[in-house]
Every structure is written in C-alpha cells, then in structure tokens.
Ligand binder design. Sequence first.
Ligand code: ZN
Length: 244
Amino acid sequence: MNIILLGIAVLLAGSCSVPPSTAKITLGIYYTFQPVQQYVAWPERKNGLEVATTHENFKNEIREMVKNTELQITNEVFQGERKIELVINFVERWEIGNFPWHKPDKTGTADGDKFFESVHKLKNKPKADIYIALIAVEISNVKLRSEFASTVSSDQTYDAVQKENTILIGAFLKHTKEKNETLLQHELGHWLGVERHEPQENCDKTQLVMCAYTISKGAISEVHKKAIKKFYLGRTGQNPPSEY
Ligand SMILES: [Zn+2]
C-alpha cells in the first residue's frame, strides 16, 4: 500500500513541474447599447435592415468575435496549437446612467478618458484580466502614452483605445465583424506589450493588425507574434529567449 501511495505522490509531484499548455486571458465585456441596432450597421447582413435580436443572440455574436480572435492567434502565431485561451468571464449590457459624451450637446463622440474612469469605478465587477467596453459611437479625448501625446488633440477620434487593463472599442455598430475582430486583436496587442504601430511602408503592402489604421481583417506581424509568444512563455512560467 505504501509503495502505491508513494507512486501516486511521485506522479503528482511530477505533474506539478509541467507548465500549463495554455495561457488564459480572462475578458469581462460590457456593451453599452441595445443589440437591436447591430444589423443596421453591419451592412453585409440583411442588407442593412434593422432586425430585432435578443440579448442572448447578441452575446453569442460577441462570443464568436472572441473565438475568432483567439483562433487567429492559434493559427498565425502557434501553427494551429491552442496556446493562448481567451476566456470570457461575462458579457453584460451596461446601462450607463450618464453617458460620457465628449461635447456638451451630447452628440458625436464619447469622452474616452471619462469612459476609462467609469469602467474603473464600476462596482462589483467580476474578475477579469481585461475589461472591454463596446461603444456605439467613436471615441475622442484620450490622453495616450508619450508616442502620440504631443500630436493629438482632444478632438482626434479613435475606433479603439487601450489603457492599463481596459479596452474601449468604439463605432462598434458601424464596423464589419472582421474589422471589430481586428480592433480587438490590435488593442490586445498593445496590452500584450506592442507599444508601436507598424511602420507605414509595411502597412502599404499588407493589412496588419498593428497598423495605425485598419480597414478589414489584418494579419499578425512578426513584432506582434513575438509579444504574444513572450506573454505565453511568461504566463506559463517559462523563460523567454533573450532575443524577446
Ligand atoms: Zn494602436
């Protein structure tokens, strides 16, 4: 009996030293509009007609977006091996009592910095690595880090922005599914450590996720791949090679 127990103990001890095969990133997702509007703005669907949908159907669309984002990482970075797992902790409608418009007439764009603050202040947030707010209008008034700060006015508009553990995706209802997936991948790229956008000459040749402007589905560049691999190795307790 003792020998068998010892054998089990050795097996358990052995299994503890094997690093996990996937690194999980937990997402908490809020949408800030009625899902009924989605088909109006996704023109490849239903010829732009407004079609009522349930919250559950809309949440499934979001789940599909996240799944496709993860699948792109699996295929383009890890040759089909699922090493990064995007786990959705919750998708919830967020009814903001006082929507942070950028202009006092309450039209146009959302005030990004106020939005970040509102997400930050939300009470009883379930646990997540990253909180993502989907917004119907574009975003402005965002103070970004050094690279852009000196050249950006408060009226500059963005499709999406990331600060610390929060991502805002704006104009969500106007974009195709592919564009929204690229925006999510782009902001996750920043969160994973890609600080700079791809040089323009690279973007002239190919549509890349980390280009400053993306029109449709972009590919993951070499710099971006390295950041994802480095994150994966770090999260799974492995040392990244020195060139990372
Ligand atoms: Zn960016």
